[in-house]
Design a protein around this ligand. Structure first.
Ligand code: B3K
Ligand code: ZN
Length: 869
């Protein structure tokens, strides 16, 4: 039958938010039977469906071999349905439908890591968000179709673990050498949250009692040798469960919670209902094998996926345009959780650093889109920093404005109104407004508009009147695709300081939203406005956007001395760091004198080291070459940025003199009172070791070698390894070999070995060729690809020379094999248009030449957008 006459999904069709239509059928229940064999898997499905609106019965399916189909007990012949590469359509179906299908799929050869795939020899897992379920069976695979899932999983007994969502209701033999389990998930869920796991894994077990008294079995599945590395994740899980009860009143709702670790995973982790599937990098944590940063990440991702149980699973998205509804809110929740785990100021610093390094550049270039996009070709391309990180900032702004109590009233209302539903960003804002009693509808503009606003602020002191006035102006770069950009509500947290004493002043202004004694939030929601403080006795120094209260580019005409003042006296750790960053950026990009930064940091450091060594380490964050490059919009020459940064590092090393080695020798991670402090001390020691190498300290390589050998902590070992390898020390090859021997069976540690070599500042095309042809390099494992590509991309001079070919090759190779990762990696070249000539035209020509060679929606859409500037 000719399907073209009917509503079909074309391969590269753009989907628009404005075209949303309710599904014509809902699914009351689905019975799935998944039988795994070595060379194929058979999937039988029984869907009980009911008509909701007029229209065809549309089931989405991709790469499925249809073996049989019946409707209300009657087998359908080929001319009773329409089938193309994307869907199966039945016209004039009755209102009540029981549809049974049998299909064959091939997880054993699925390299895209979407749907059901064989992740390793003895492990099959699923990844169904956003549109993977249609690669398992025919189904209305969209988030607004919620159903009760019963799943039978059958496989050879060489796979002893057979898991699916919900409660285990039956298990038994299935003929000789085969067995099965049956699982029932009582909660209605969309298909993207379906999961099953078939494999040979060991398990770490624990229990948790919820605030409602429910006894929950907790299980983390991993390879036997990795089970000892699952304890931190297990503690983080219990901590998250408690945290969500205490901060949002949300207890867990099932009797079990399972997490499965796999090394073959496209992203960090997936919040499948009651059966999370995790990249090993986000679940295995152990000081001996993984870094401090990785340990923090494990805890935050565990929390993130757990928090999705309420924000994402119980309340889900109506359509994929609403992705930031669940992701932005859940990232905001996991960031708040992590602020309780380590220095809160540093957590905020790290989150903002990620936002500025990834989201700001994304939003200023050809891949810019609103946090809630209004169209897409491939939704997988929209799991972006804008959806996640900017989405989180929107929630943070509303939370800042409301304060703790009102925000909680708002979220309570959201959970009360929408539990069990698939909703929109509008529903979220409406519930938050109704619950808190504050109209937040203006914040919708943040979801619907792209771009980072520029916030210009001018301060004026009137000594006679003893007033201090701040004038605010906001603007957005014009955007042809979004001609009617509106003013945004921008909460500005601020403080005033006495210049002479460094003391914070009591704010006196009627314009402040939350006027606590010493801190205030001003909601700036016009194109221009001003506020005035009265009773200000001397010219103050203002600190704006404390804790980065809004995701904007602030312009305030600070003198370098005023920034040095804030670095020294601001009590908000984030703004202290921001003052250092602004000073450093001026030194690096505008040629300002480094001395003021040096003086301020030398005065401030001893106090900060004593109080918060982790924060102290961040005051040495010298903006990366990649970040600096992202601040340059035309005629960008990576070599000039590299030279400026090298020169500054050499100056700092010289001027800090003995402080460097004294600090290195005086700090002891073991003597610290908690993990956050120990992490800070390890970080500071590694920073000092790098400075010593720059100073040409005669002992530095011996000290680094000693640090490398005499520790069982990965952050210390890796810190020393970097100094030796990146400085081509005589011991470099020895320690690289030693590291390889120690960790060759530890994939996550070995990723670091690849990364360090790829990130060598003097790496060449030959270095990358050596690494990518290494016996342990595997293009089927995204973590390994990322370790080399990420390492290479740490040096923009390399990225923009031999790296261009590397990324283009990868995109081309992965276009078919794993297009999600191919499209993602290609984005390393997205700022090609800022390069100085002739590099700009050279890279552009290579990207143009790639166009006809790629077919996937993922890579094609990304490439088209990248070239659309
Ligand atoms: N929701 C998943 C992301 C799925 C990405 C699909 N390409 C992980 C998370 O955000 O928690
Ligand atoms: Zn998420």
């Amino acid at each position: 039958m000719n399907i073209a006459a009917n509503p079909v999904i074309e391969a590269n069709q753009t989907v628009y938010l404005k075209d949303y239509q309710k599904p014509s059928y809902l699914v009351d229940s689905i019975d799935l039977d998944i039988q795994v064999y070595d060379d194929h898997t058979q999937v039988n499905a029984k869907l009980v469906m009911q008509r909701q609106t007029a229209g065809n019965l549309v089931l989405l399916g991709r790469d499925l071999e249809l073996k049989s189909i019946s409707l209300n007990g009657k087998q359908l012949t080929e001319n009773e349905y329409l089938l193309d590469a994307e869907q199966l359509v039945i016209q004039n179906a009755p209102d009540q439908v029981i549809l049974e299908t049998s299909v064959v799929i091939h997880p054993e050869s699925n390299t895209q890591l979407e749907g059901l795939y064989q992740a390793a020899g003895d492990l099959f897992v699923t990844q169904n968000e956003p549109e993977g379920f249609r690669k398992i069976t025919f189904y209305p695979d969209r988030p607004d179709v919620l159903s009760v899932f019963t799943t039978r999983v059958e496989a050879d007994k060489k796979f002893p673990v057979l898991l699916a969502n919900g409660n285990l209701i039956e298990a038994g033999e299935a003929g000789e050498s085969r067995h099965y389990t049956i699982w029932q998930d009582p909660t209605k869920k969309p298909s993207y949250l379906f999961a099953c796991v078939i494999g040979d894994l060991a398990v770490l077990k624990d229990r948790y009692t919820t605030s409602e008294g429910r006894d929950v079995a907790l299980e983390i599945y991993a390879e036997e040798k990795d089970i000892p590395k699952c304890h931190i994740a297990m503690e983080a899980l219990k901590h998250s469960m408690r945290w969500d009860e205490e901060h949002y009143g949300r207890p867990y709702d099932l009797d079990n919670y399972m997490i499965v670790a796999t090394s073959a995973f496209n992203m960090g982790a997936m919040e499948n209902k009651g059966l999370n599937i995790f990249n090993t990098s986000c679940v295995l944590a152990d000081e001996e094998y993984t870094t401090d940063a990785a340990i923090m990440r494990v805890q935050s991702v565990i929390a993130h996926e757990y928090f999705h149980n309420w924000t994402g699973n119980r309340i889900t998205c109506r359509d994929w345009f609403q992705l930031c509804l669940k992701e932005g809110l859940t990232v905001f929740r996991d960031q708040s959780f992590s602020e309780d785990l380590q220095s809160a100021a540093v957590q905020r610093i790290d989150d903002v650093a990620v936002l500025k390094a990834h989201q700001f550049p994304e939003d200023s270039g050809p891949l810019s889109h609103p946090p809630r996009p209004d169209h897409f070709v491939e939704i997988n391309n929209f799991y972006t920093a804008t959806v996640y990180e900017k989405g989180a900032e929107i929630n943070r702004m509303m939370a800042t404005l409301l304060g703790k109590e009102k925000f909680r009233l708002g979220t309570d209302e959201y959970f009360k109104r929408h539990d069990g539903q698939a909703v929109t960003v509008e529903d979220w804002i409406a519930a938050l407004s109704a619950g808190s009693g504050v109209d937040l509808s203006a914040f919708l503009t943040w979801y619907n508009q792209p771009g980072t606003p520029k916030l210009e602020v001018h301060g004026r002191y009137d000594a006679g009147a003893q007033t201090y006035t701040l004038n605010f102006k906001q603007s957005l770069k014009s955007n042809a695709k979004y001609p009617n950009l509106k003013a945004l509500p921008i909460p500005v947290a601020l403080a005033l300081f006495d210049q002479a004493t460094g003391e914070q002043l009591v704010l006196n202004s009627e314009a402040l939203f939350e006027n606590s004694v010493q801190d205030g939030v001003y909601l700036f929601d016009q194109n221009e406005a001003s506020i005035q403080f009265i009773g200000v006795e001397t010219q103050p120094i203002v600190s704006l956007l404390r804790s980065f209260s809004a995701p904007v580019n602030l312009e305030f005409n600070y003198s370098d001395e005023e920034l040095a003042f804030l670095l020294q006296y601001e009590t908000n750790g984030f703004n202290q760091w921001q003052a250092a960053q602004t000073l450093l950026e001026r030194i690096l990009l505008n040629g300002h004198d480094a001395q003021i930064y040096l003086d301020a940091i030398q005065k401030t450091l001893p106090f900060v080291i004593a109080k918060d060594p982790l924060l102290a380490s961040r005051l040495f964050d010298i903006p990366s070459e990649g970040y600096l490059g992202s601040r340059i919009d035309t005629d960008y020459n990576p070599i000039i940025v590299n030279e400026a940064r090298e020169a500054l590092l050499n100056t700092l090393a010289r001027e800090l003199g003995n402080f460097v080695k004294d600090t290195y020798l005086s700090l002891d991670p073991v003597a610290q009172k908690d993990f956050s402090q120990a992490m800070g001390v390890r970080s500071l020691k590694n920073i000092m070791l790098n400075f010593m190498a720059r100073q040409g300290d005669v002992d530095v390589f011996d000290l680094a070698y000693e640090q490398y050998q005499n520790t069982s902590n990965m952050s210390e070992r890796l810190g020393a390894l970097k100094v030796l390898v990146w400085n081509d020390a005589p011991q470099a090859q020895d320690v690289l070999q030693d590291f390889y021997t120690r960790f060759k069976d530890e994939a996550l540690s070995l990723d670091q070995w690849f990364m360090i070599q790829a990130a060598h500042p003097k790496a060449t095309a030959e270095t990358i060729a050596y690494l990518t042809s290494h016996v342990d390099y595997d293009l089927g494992v995204p973590n390994r690809i990322r370790s080399v590509s990420g390492g290479l991309n740490a040096n923009p001079v390399n990225t923009w020379s031999f790296g261009v070919q590397h990324f283009i090759h990868l995109a081309q190779y992965l276009d078919e094999k794993n297009p999600i990762i191919g499209a993602r990696l290609l984005q390393a070249l997205s700022r090609w248009y800022t390069l100085a000539e002739p590099q700009r035209s050279q890279v552009k020509a290579k990207l143009e030449a790639l166009k006809p060679q790629v077919k996937s929606k993922n890579v094609t859409e990304t490439l088209n957008s990248m070239l659309s500037i």
